[in-house]
Ligand binder design. Structure first.
Ligand code: SF4
Length: 372
């Protein structure tokens, strides 16, 4: 009979304590184990020298530490690094590291594919296979942090390579709530990555009930993929809007901020030439976030569209993006324009595709759709 080994990356801090208790071990053993795994990058129990020999023996019979295997590793001319990771059964996900002068941001995936199918997103066109586990989500941070440390060993580099994490890669994190929150708990835990909750961002296309649950469970920074200022347009660009229209989404953002009043919501807005980039759209956005029951404390992040072969969609010209940003800023809203990073290795926002064994048949249905 073969024993199924428990992957310790799958266990959040509470579950790891319970697991140690099941082995008749004290809670401090869980903290030690967690530090070895997540702070030192050690996956071999024999190297965990301050664990009792008897515990190391038990673990080697019933547990393992296994992150998704790296299939490919690309570095862009601008230093952006993208890994393609094997999550089994023909599925592969992508993880991207974006180095900047004052921070290193890791963009992690939460699903193999995505069911939301936003019009402008390459991932959505891949269809959907399955939710990732906590181990597959935190395993991306584990793999990247220690690969980057190894690469910079001997340099005068900060001990920690990844200072910020965004759940903004493939998939909708709030449609894989429990596994995403398990990974978030590890990101925030002082015996694991110890990131401040403002340095960890969940990006959602607007799953309203789960925004409320996140506020109660793990109120990290919230980003909302907005992309349109009214329901008619957003229904087309982000189909989930038909289920959770803008009024309810804005109400959820207000409730989220009630739980963390000094925070703000980042609204992501993909700039699509002739689709959502007119002055009138910018003015509608100002009305959307400034008025209603109360203003939504927010900033806008305008994202130049990264073309991936979707017919009929083009990036807004730079002067249009600047004019659009100007209207938001004149209304007193902090607005940034995202620098396009890693587009030579298809790592820019909206370009992550991986390889997905599509169970939703989105790709086949797209091929059958009449071209407009
Ligand atoms: S933008 Fe996000 S939610 Fe929309 S299809 Fe892409 S991965 Fe899914």
């Amino acid at each position: 009979m073969t024993t199924v080994l428990t992957n310790l990356l799958d266990l959040n801090p509470v579950q790891l304590r319970e697991y140690c208790a099941s082995l008749d071990e004290k809670p401090f053993r869980a903290r030690q184990l967690q530090r070895w795994i997540h702070q030192s990058g050690v996956g071999d129990f024999e190297q965990m020298t301050d664990l009792a020999k008897s515990l190391r023996g038990k673990l080697s019979h019933c547990a393992r530490v296994a992150a998704p295997a790296v299939i490919a590793d690309h570095v862009s001319a601008d230093g952006t690094r993208k890994w393609l990771l094997d999550v089994g059964e023909g599925n592969a996900i992508e993880t991207v590291f974006i180095p900047e002068d004052d921070r290193g941001t890791l963009c992690v995936s939460t699903q193999a594919g995505c069911t939301v199918n936003c019009l402008f997103c390459s991932t959505g066109k891949q269809g959907f296979s399955r939710n990732l586990t906590t181990g597959e989500i935190i395993g991306q941070l584990w793999m990247a942090e220690f690969a980057l440390r190894a690469m910079r060993a001997g340099e005068d580099a900060p001990a920690r390579q990844i200072s910020n994490v965004v759940l903004m890669g493939m998939g909708e994190p709030l449609l894989n709530f429990d596994a995403s929150v398990g990974a978030l708990m590890l990101m925030l835990d002082d015996n694991a990555y110890g990131l401040s909750r403002r340095r960890v961002t969940v990006s959602t296309s607007g799953v309203v009930p789960m925004i409320d649950r996140l506020a109660k469970t793990c109120p990290v920074a919230l980003a909302v993929s907005l992309h349109a200022p009214n329901d008619a347009l957003r229904d087309r660009l982000v189909p989930l809007n038909r289920k959770h229209p803008l009024a309810s989404l804005m109400a959820a953002c207000r409730r989220y901020l009630d739980a963390a009043p000094r925070d703000f919501v980042t609204f992501e807005y993909c700039m699509l030439d002739g689709v959502n980039d007119a002055d009138s759209h910018a003015k509608e956005l100002v009305d959307l976030v400034r008025y209603g029951p109360s203003p939504v404390s927010c900033k806008f992040n305008l994202i130049p569209f990264n073309a991936f072969g979707m017919p009929g969609l083009r990036r807004s010209p730079p002067e249009r993006i600047q004019a659009f940003a100007g209207i938001l800023m004149d209304a007193g809203i902090v607005t940034t324009v995202r620098k396009t990073r890693g587009d030579d290795i298809d790592a820019a926002c909206g370009m992550l595709a991986g390889e997905v064994q599509d169970r939703t048949h989105i790709r086949r249905r797209l091929m059958q759709m009449p071209r407009c």
